[in-house]
Design a protein around this ligand. Structure first.
Ligand SMILES: Nc1ncnc2c1ncn2[C@@H]1O[C@H](COP(=O)(O)OP(=O)(O)O)[C@@H](O)[C@H]1O
Ligand code: SF4
Ligand SMILES: [Mg+2]
Length: 363
């Protein structure tokens, strides 16, 4: 299948340069709590995705990854900031205009089972958008379905079977095929491989990479697992409590993390080599014994008050200094690197928070 051309021209920015496929600027998302209270789940997040690129959103559970995905998909209301897709603002679109976007912007969730109609065969599920949206004849749609099933490495007879007869990994392949059937240029993958066993996970990741090389599709790849994110992403955005702690090229962020929270995520991730894993564990124990700073130790006992304006990570950071408990660091950086930490020096590009062992990543 040739990659579906998108109707209309891609957007351009005011200077005439090609716009990013997705441009999130200073996004804030609030959830309503009981009464009139609200909770700011996302605060001041800026992320861009270029055509054909994979940007990973990583952070612990509750850090706000899905909320960003939901805002992009129009499922969560933006409280501030903007979300542009192909140069056009897409937050707050009417239902009709949002539906018109569905060809370009798709999603693959952790368990697509709930979004696959159990009463329809896979062929029916895949043919429907081809006939309705792309106005293909039944015969043309059937040919595209066969091609799609081959692309996602499912047997041709899959078209005649029902969703319930497939494994978790196969269902993800079906969900990916469905996203591609409408010619998606950006797929939001929210924990798309998290429920799969390691070998199935690797197969689906390889499929995503192959499809990107073949079709130029971009991914906003959301996962709590930094190892998976590193494997797939060109760039990584590290989130904590709804804010960006660090972002930059995936290899750099994961080999030379500049933010203590990124280190924590990497430290917790298993490495696929027993000797490296052992050294990593020893390094972690040594770090735990050598640090924390006096402020961090005092913070842990509650004897140093952490103000409302403190660094959001101050209460957990082993490198915390007095200033961290009083003032939130700005998100600073250069050349595609951004870090929100008082110990980061944007002039030199280095951090004062400990050292990094290139063999094991963190120290
Ligand atoms: N519908 C909701 N109402 C209130 N709070 C919510 C709702 N959905 C998510 N949250 C809160 O927003 C924060 C971010 O959630 P989420 O985006 O789901 O995080 P992640 O995907 O990184 O696990 C969490 O603190 C979560 O409890
Ligand atoms: S600003 Fe301070 S508390 Fe926050 S991550 Fe950096 S060193 Fe840790
Ligand atoms: Mg989530």
């Amino acid at each position: 299948m040739a990659h579906q051309a998108v109707e209309g021209l891609p957007g351009t920015d005011r200077a005439g340069a090609p716009a990013a496929l997705l441009q999130i600027e200073d996004l804030a998302v609030d959830y309503r709590l009981r009464g009139r209270r609200t909770f700011r789940a996302i605060d001041g997040v800026s992320v861009s995705v270029q055509p054909g690129e994979t940007v990973g959103l990583v952070g612990e559970s509750g850090s706000g990854k899905s909320t960003i995905g939901r805002a992009v998909l129009g499922l969560a209301k933006t409280a501030a900031g903007s979300i542009e897709f192909q140069g056009h603002e897409i937050s707050g679109l009417s239902r009709r205009r949002r539906a018109a976007l569905a060809g370009d912007l798709q999603v693959v969730f952790q368990d697509p089972y709930s979004s696959l109609n159990p009463a329809l065969t896979i062929g029916q599920i895949l043919r429907e958008p081809l006939q309705v949206r792309r106005k293909l004849s039944a015969r043309e749609a059937q040919a595209v379905v066969v091609d799609l099933l081959t692309r996602v490495a499912l047997p041709a007879d899959a078209a005649d079977r029902y969703p319930g007869s497939f494994s978790g990994g196969q269902r993800q392949r079906i969900a990916i095929a469905r996203a591609l059937s409408v010619g998606a240029r950006l797929i939001v993958c929210d924990e798309s491989v998290s429920a799969l066993d390691v070998s199935t996970q690797a197969q689906v990741l390889a499929l995503l990479q192959r499809l990107q090389a073949e079709l130029g599709v971009a991914y906003l790849f959301i996962s709590h697992d930094i190892a998976v994110v590193q494997h797939l992403s060109d760039r990584v955005v590290v989130l904590y409590r709804g804010r960006v702690m660090e972002q930059g090229p995936a290899d750099r962020v994961c080999s030379t993390p500049l933010h203590p929270y990124t280190r924590l995520l990497l430290d917790a991730a298993p490495v696929p080599h027993p000797e490296l894993q052992r050294r990593k564990r020893e390094a972690r124990l040594a770090t735990a014994a050598a640090v924390p700073t006096a402020v961090a130790a005092a913070g842990a006992t509650g004897s140093v008050p952490v103000t409302a304006d403190a660094c959001p990570f101050a209460a957990r950071c082993p490198f915390a200094e007095q200033v961290c408990t009083q003032r939130r660091p700005a998100l600073t950086g250069m050349a595609g690197v951004q870090v929100q930490c008082h110990l980061y020096d944007e002039t030199s590009g280095h951090t004062r928070a400990g050292t990094v062992d290139p063999a094991i990543g963190i120290r």
